[in-house]
Ligand binder design. Structure first.
Ligand SMILES: NC(=O)c1ccc[n+]([C@@H]2O[C@H](COP(=O)([O-])OP(=O)(O)OC[C@H]3O[C@@H](n4cnc5c(N)ncnc54)[C@H](O)[C@@H]3O)[C@@H](O)[C@H]2O)c1
Length: 432
């Protein structure tokens, strides 16, 4: 029987606790034995959830790193700008690590993490959860089987729904780049850039161009009559698509882990507690045009690869429905699909047929939570943890397995795209 892997949660937020569900579902394989987080409520809740004592609760990653190694691995779910500074001492202490994306917010940090991972020989797996979603795994398998030949072009689009945009990238934690340290392309689309690099694996990206802007939520575009807080002083709330009342009171469970995390100290917040918080200090009660919004709400990126192939990514925030589309065109055919439907078509050249082509529709028939396992990202979240555990048990990594080196190109392309967008130039990718 394979060894049980033990882990400590570092940064007991929404993401790390979600990954930790794998331990509750597979106790013989994976066990959470400790937590490090400055928030005493989160430490207590994590200890209760996984059944360990106060002696295994630490006030920070740094405090944990001062102790001898107490588990095989850590799940690092701290926020973006803390990833490298919390990861480095823990890698040096000997922990393997499941590390949230973006794993670094600039190039210097990125190289530092790569260097420390190399020096310590520890395994760092990045939470590029979409690589584990059955949709992208099935597409990758078709590519590896050579069904559409050599890739000439990849077209990826990501539509970010209006309510997701508002809660995360306008009112929420990633709306102001100066505060959160991550532009929208890094915070939201490092998955998509990673997927493009993974699908085109083995061929280096050479040049990157990019355009984008804050089309809707630039504070200068605030409509006449809008106030500072939707539930307090707004004259247009009734007709506004971004009313905090419509988003968070009419749909109190939607994005609840972001909207109501300021009420975590209450056992069961009532609707009155929620309304009061939106009226006073909850960041999600703010007018969307009064959030010091500095990130883009849409961006296009074009990439030129060493073999002459090209790729584009179009991210558009504020759509009615969230959707990721993928179209890959190769020398023998194409694959076209919608991630959210878990359906893609493989169309290949067929010189014998009257039409000149034949096609196969692949319906992964994944409904509900899209996975058969709890979690999200099309079933990717817990499949990623499963792979992490398997790798630490000494088994062969899956085709989705990320390591630092695989992920470098995706992050580098984001950094270059941001440089290209801000300077209006085409940027050359550093070669790794
Ligand atoms: N893979 C994905 O698809 C995906 C999706 C959403 C978010 N994320 C990423 O996940 C990460 C976590 O997001 P979240 O919403 O769960 O964050 P969160 O803010 O809820 O949790 C972060 C936790 O880190 C703790 N913390 C702060 N300093 C610390 C320190 N020095 N040592 C230990 N803990 C410390 C905080 O108290 C907090 O509890 C972010 O980087 C985010 O970008 C990834």
């Amino acid at each position: 029987m394979a060894k049980q892997i033990t882990a400590i949660i570092v940064g007991a937020g929404h993401r790390a606790l979600l990954y930790s569900l794998y331990a509750l579902q597979n106790p013989e394989k994976f066990k959470i034995v400790g937590v490090a987080d400055p928030d005493p409520i989160r430490r207590r809740k994590t200890a209760e959830m996984h059944g360990f004592g106060e002696d295994m609760c630490f006030e920070s990653a740094e405090a944990l790193a001062e102790r001898p190694r107490l588990a095989d691995a850590v799940i690092n779910g701290t926020m973006d700008t803390q990833h490298v500074k919390t990861a480095v001492p823990l890698l040096r202490r000997g922990y393997d690590m499941l590390l949230e994306k973006p794993f670094a917010v600039n190039e210097d940090e990125m190289w530092e993490l790569q260097r420390v991972a190399g020096e310590t020989g520890r395994r760092v797996m990045i939470c590029h959860v979409l690589r584990y979603a059955p949709f992208y795994v099935a597409v990758k398998e078709r590519l590896l089987a050579g069904e559409i030949g050599d890739i000439i072009n990849i077209q990826a689009t990501e539509h970010v729904s209006y309510h997701h945009l508002a809660v995360s990238f306008v009112r929420g934690k990633w709306g102001n780049e100066e505060k959160c340290g991550a532009p929208m392309l890094l915070a939201k689309c490092c998955h998509d850039m990673d997927l493009i690099m993974w699908l085109k694996s083995g061929v280096a990206p050479r040049q990157v161009a990019s355009f984008g802007s804050d089309f809707q939520f630039d504070p200068a575009k605030k409509p006449a009559g809008a106030g500072k807080r939707c539930l307090v002083d707004c004259g247009i709330e009734e007709n506004c698509l971004y009313s905090a009342k419509k988003h968070y009171i009419d749909h109190p469970d939607r994005w609840s882990f972001y909207v109501w995390d300021c009420l975590e100290h209450l056992e069961k917040p009532t609707i009155e507690d929620k309304i009061q918080s939106l009226k006073t200090d909850n960041i999600h009660g703010r007018c969307v045009w009064d959030c010091e919004h500095t990130v883009v709400d849409h961006q296009s990126v074009a990439i030129n690869f060493a073999d002459g192939a090209t790729a584009t990514l179009n991210m558009i925030g504020g759509t009615a429905k969230a959707e990721r589309n993928l179209h890959i065109i190769g020398t023998k055919g194409e694959i076209k699909g919608v991630f959210d439907d878990s359906v893609f078509t493989v169309r290949t050249i067929d010189t014998a047929s009257e039409s000149g082509w034949r096609e196969e529709v692949v319906d992964l028939a994944i409904g509900g939570d899209k996975s058969g396992m709890t979690g999200s990202h099309g079933g990717g979240d817990l499949r990623l943890v499963e792979d992490f555990v398997r790798v630490l048990q000494g088994e062969q990594p899956s085709i989705s397995c990320t390591n630092i080196n695989d992920s470098l190109n995706g992050h580098l392309a984001v950094f270059q795209a941001e440089k290209a967008r801000k300077t209006g130039t085409v940027c050359t990718m550093p070669q790794i």
